[in-house]
Write a protein that binds this ligand. Structure first.
Ligand code: AMP
Ligand code: MG
Length: 494
């Protein structure tokens, strides 16, 4: 008992619970449900240290906390209420298998949600068991940490703990809990919920809380709801552009899976493209291609319209005025997205400065990739290598052969922009990571882990840590998958 109570604070936990001080319609008090036999499967020691936590104390006693068997001192666990449009249809949801322990305040004074996902039933569980399986929790750990290393805003993963319990899915699977770290878990669906229950005070408090927490520079504005909408829109425009530039497909961009902070959240059936095709869908349940790679900007725009609707009562007491202000704000999304996406493409192609034909030049290459089933990641790595070779006359290792004249056009354009070559190559290298969590590598790691061997996953995690630098350790992870076989499919894997 002695050791257990030491555990509650020894690791450096320093909780505040500002969300739990919001109007209580927004959440329910809910403790994690203890599990049979907590055991750490993976601990993110680097992240632990960033949070002001002691990695060795967590290695020793962290499993009990991460599995929900021991609530750390100062934490006030809650399940958050939210709604959401899932594949276009409005539903009431809430944390049905997660609890927010509280907000860890780092030694630098930053605030991070610490959430346990897979921690048992809550008042929002509906018919679910509140649990999660090991495979999908490790998958979220791997992909979210890869996204972080790629420089893309994302929730992060502090630990995965096995529970020693079996859960019933297609068959029986090992249960696990993911400890997720996020700027916050406030979603578009959180606002939809506050609006739907007609609790104006809660909607106002949530708006104020979100602005102060994520957009402090906008917090003093006359119309908080309107500036919040503008702020979120800008961050989402940038985020989706970043996704496209590395080939990421979220897979289930329901409004409950879009964070107001601008972080990527809720890794379910997500995956990275190998061959380039804007119509790529991995998720087995996305039959209409709603969340296809190339449709993500449209869907983000659609989701932001749902956020705008939820904010209407606060934007203006006069409904018509509110609608027209919201429409004006939303109308900016396509141009904002295009700005970020074009900037991202210019970096990928090594184009310094802005010329009229830049997008066409990029598009011609993208079209060629699609037609020739070229690998997205490897093609850009090859372009980067070409830019770095002599006078760009070196071999361009791109199997299928480019459209006539493209290489010369591109070379001329790069040279026109050149301030100095090493700067251009450096820019391209950063924009064209060679190591992404390739689907076949993720599957291989998960298969080994579910059989009790975590070493394959650890090698993959090491390789993903430095995606833009070629190292002996990561070179096996740079290759496209062997061709052939059925298209890759992901499952919502709950
Ligand atoms: P997700 O697919 O993780 O985004 O979850 C969508 C919604 O379903 C959220 O409200 C979850 O809390 C809920 N949910 C998913 N799996 C379960 C489960 N096993 N038990 C209870 N609720 C769940
Ligand atoms: Mg979700």
């Amino acid at each position: 008992m002695e050791a257990k109570s030491d555990n509650k604070s020894a690791a450096g936990w320093r909780f505040d619970n500002s969300y739990a001080r919001l109007p209580d319609t927004l959440f329910s008090r809910a403790a994690p449900v203890p599990v049979a036999q907590p055991a750490l499967a993976v601990l993110n020691e680097t992240l632990a240290a960033e949070l002001g936590l002691d990695p060795s104390a967590l290695q020793k006693g962290g499993a009990d906390i991460f599995a929900g068997n021991l609530v750390p001192e100062g934490a006030e666990p809650i399940a958050q209420a939210y709604a959401g449009h899932q594949f276009g249809h409005f539903t009431n949801l809430g944390d049905g298998r997660a609890v927010l322990l509280g907000e860890q305040i780092t030694p630098q004074g930053a605030r991070f949600d610490i959430q346990l996902k897979g921690s048992g039933q809550t008042p929002y569980s509906r018919r679910g068991d509140g649990r999660a399986a090991l495979g999908p929790m490790l998958r979220e750990y791997i992909i979210s940490e890869a996204m972080h290393a790629l420089g893309i805003p994302t929730t992060r993963s502090l630990a995965v703990t096995t529970t020693g319990e079996q859960i019933a899915r297609e068959g029986m699977l090992q249960g696990a809990v993911l400890t997720r770290v996020a700027a916050s878990h406030i979603r578009v669906g959180t606002f939809e919920y506050a609006n739907a229950i007609g609790d104006r005070a809660a909607l106002e408090a949530l708006t104020r809380h979100t602005l102060e927490r994520h957009y402090p520079e906008l917090a003093g504005a006359d119309n908080p709801a309107q500036v919040l909408l503008g702020g979120v829109l800008e961050r989402q425009a940038k985020l989706i552009a970043q996704w496209l530039c590395v080939g990421f497909v979220h897979g289930v961009m329901n409004t409950d899976n879009m964070a107001l902070s601008g972080e990527t959240i809720d890794y379910g059936p997500c995956a990275f493209i190998d061959t380039y095709d804007p119509a790529t869908v991995f998720s087995s349940i996305d039959r209409g291609g709603r969340y296809a790679y190339g449709n993500q900007p449209n869907i983000a725009h659609w989701n932001l319209a749902r956020l705008a609707e939820a904010l209407l009562p606060l934007i203006d007491a006069d409904k018509d005025k509110a609608v027209s202000a919201a429409e004006n704000a939303l109308g900016e999304f396509p141009a904002r997205f295009r700005t970020h996406y074009t900037a991202g493409l210019r970096a990928k192609f090594g184009l310094v400065g802005e010329e009229d034909g830049d997008l066409e030049l990029a598009q011609e290459f993208l079209d060629w990739m699609r037609m020739s089933l070229a690998d997205f990641t490897s093609s850009f790595v090859a372009l980067t290598a070409a830019a770095g070779s002599g006078e760009m006359t070196g071999p361009l290792n791109l199997g299928g052969g480019l459209p006539a004249g493209w290489y010369a056009k591109w070379t001329e354009r790069v040279k026109r922009g050149r301030t100095n070559r090493s700067g251009i190559v450096e820019m391209m290298r950063k924009a064209n990571p060679g190591v992404i969590p390739r689907n076949h590598r993720v599957e291989e790691a998960l298969a080994a882990a579910s059989a009790g061997d975590f070493s394959v996953m650890h090698r993959l995690l090491d390789a993903l840590r430095d995606p833009c630098v070629e190292t002996p350790g990561n070179s096996p992870y740079r290759d496209a998958p062997p061709s052939g076989g059925p298209p890759y499919r992901t499952f919502c894997g709950t």
